[in-house]
Design a protein around this ligand. Structure first.
Ligand code: ADP
Ligand code: ADP
Ligand code: ZN
Length: 214
């Protein structure tokens, strides 16, 4: 299964990706996770991208596209992959198309998760992540069993720096101007699947699976 997860910040892409990768046993490729890991480890790439993430704006295409191209060539992508947070611009999508054509493969579906702006803000601002395993929680909608502690590995949860309300609003604005045009782009290719992100995590997942397996 070769998939893209499209949608505004806070729509539930990462949450759904974690469930989808288990079902199909494919790697989860999140450009946001790759950047955050590099920032945490203070690599040259991390130093270069930090100010963009902090400001809630997109990292320039030239710092993103090669990372994804290289990642797709790794052997664990042979049976498929799920791209989460890439592409985010028409140019990134075109680069991806060319690369997939070179590799002789095609996308199976682009899953577009949509949600109202008010809920997006509430979801992103209440998001908490595990420092260790990356599991995602929400203080109200998906709380851990014990406050501030990961259910899976018992480590501490944290809030992303860019999940402050002002930065979330900026990211939504960036999504609307730079990323939303991708909906039309993939609709024209006949591989777009629209999913209502306002449902529960389970119902959203079931709708995605039904659409993929029908
Ligand atoms: P994205 O990757 O699109 O930014 P996440 O998957 O990280 O979004 O989800 C954003 C926040 O919303 C997280 O705190 C997550 O636990 C919560 N969340 C995700 N899906 C749902 C859902 N269907 N209902 C309620 N909360 C959700
Ligand atoms: P969310 O799903 O909540 O929007 P991500 O973790 O996908 O968050 O992205 C966090 C930040 O990382 C973005 O605001 C942007 O600065 C950067 N980023 C991630 N993916 C890309 C991409 N494909 N192109 C440019 N910037 C990106
Ligand atoms: Zn954990």
């Amino acid at each position: 299964m070769r998939l893209i997860l499209l949608g505004p910040p806070g729509a539930g892409k990462g949450t759904q990706a974690s469930a989808i990768v288990k079902r199909y046993n494919i790697p989860h490729i999140s450009t946001g996770d790759i950047f955050r890991l590099n920032i945490k480890e203070n690599t040259p790439l991390g130093k270069e991208v930090k100010s963009y993430l902090d400001a809630g704006i997109l990292v320039p295409d030239e710092l993103v596209v090669d990372i994804v191209k290289d990642r797709l060539k790794k052997s664990d992508c042979a049976n498929g992959f799920i791209l989460d947070g890439y592409p985010r611009t028409i140019n990134q999508a075109e680069v991806l198309d060319k690369e997939l054509a070179k590799m002789g493969i095609e996308l199976d579906a682009v899953i577009n998760i949509f949600l109202d702006v008010q809920l997006l803000i509430e979801r992103a601002v209440g998001r908490r992540l595990c420092k260790n395993c990356g599991a995602t929680y929400h203080i109200k909608f998906h709380p851990p069993k014990q406050d501030g502690i990961c259910d899976i590995c018992g480590r501490e949860l944290y809030q992303r720096d860019d999940d402050k309300e002002e930065t979330v609003k900026k990211r939504i604005e960036v999504y609307l101007t730079q990323t939303k045009p991708l909906i039309e782009y993939y609709k024209d290719k006949d591989i777009l699947v629209n999913i209502d992100g306002a449902q529960s995590i389970e119902d959203t997942f079931n709708e995605i699976i039904n659409a993929l397996e029908k």
